[in-house]
Design a protein around this ligand. Sequence first.
Ligand SMILES: C[S@@+](CC[C@H](N)C(=O)[O-])C[C@H]1O[C@@H](n2cnc3c(N)ncnc32)[C@H](O)[C@@H]1O
Length: 326
Amino acid sequence: MKAVADPGSSTAERYRDFAEVEAPGQSMVYGEWALGVAGDPRIIELIDELPLAKRQVNLVFAAIRAAGGPVVSYDELRQWLLAQWPTVRSIALTRSTQTNEAARCAVLLPLLAGLPQPLALLEVGASAGLCLFPDRYSYRYGDQEVHPTEGPSAIVLVPRVSGPVPVPHRMPSIAWRAGLDLNPLDVNNVDEMQWLEALVWPEHQERRRRLRAAVAIAQQDPPRIVRSDALVGLESLAAQAPADATLVIVHSAALAYFPQDDRTAFAALVPTLPGHWISNEGQGVTPGVGDRVVASGADPALFAVALDGHQVAFAGGHGQSLDWIG
Ligand SMILES: C[S@@+](CC[C@H](N)C(=O)[O-])C[C@H]1O[C@@H](n2cnc3c(N)ncnc32)[C@H](O)[C@@H]1O
């Protein structure tokens, strides 16, 4: 995941890189669009009007879709984009990439269930908070199923698994939950939920269905998400967790958006707080988690999953696979 734009590479290079590395196997539509943009000086000129952080492929393409951009060939899209650029531009300037994927809970669940219960779950970079409800979803790991205590959920998460995944026998008990985000999204805000849908890539129908179902679950009991930079707000939010629950600080696909110095400061801060730390981030993103990666030769697109700084698994970036390594 390349969340923080590399200031050293040009916009055309970044769009070509996306087409060659990130889109294959994920989105033919976005692969074709990204390649089209990379070879189109006029469109590059428009995108370069945006501040560097707003030129991200994911953000610009989601802004196109939020503005009503059709899922068509690049040549057709180009005509539409030239006419609609002011709208796309203003969406890109006001929104950010906050993709919230409930399926990442399938990666977190075995670690959460292995901690002393009950838990005080604190998610950094929570977006709309859909990963704050791991106890409200059903799971299938191989032939083993885990369900909420009140019965099977409308959402069943089925990651591909390998290795000795410690599949829990029962759901973790979550006594307290809260999130922290630079820009919390409200599950009851229609515009914000439409933006989350626009962030799902065109071919990912199942993810779109899951997003709607997870939002419906969260709407029954909207999560508390504090608006703050992680480095500013973490200590005081952690201090609000009940003392008789195990505090667990979780972050998933969030640290990549922090500047490098902030990642280092964050990884130094978390171990000074009580409780445990679960990190589910791109390889090399969480400082101190990575020794296994170098040794394993794992697919670089996989996330590294770590408990208290020690890597235990690799995972698909959207929670679609979980390879336990011990
Ligand atoms: C891609 S979303 C991931 C959401 C969720 N964790 C998940 O896995 O589905 C990343 C989130 O991190 C938030 N974020 C980025 N930098 C942050 C910071 N410095 N402090 C707090 N939140 C931050 C963004 O606003 C965004 O909502």
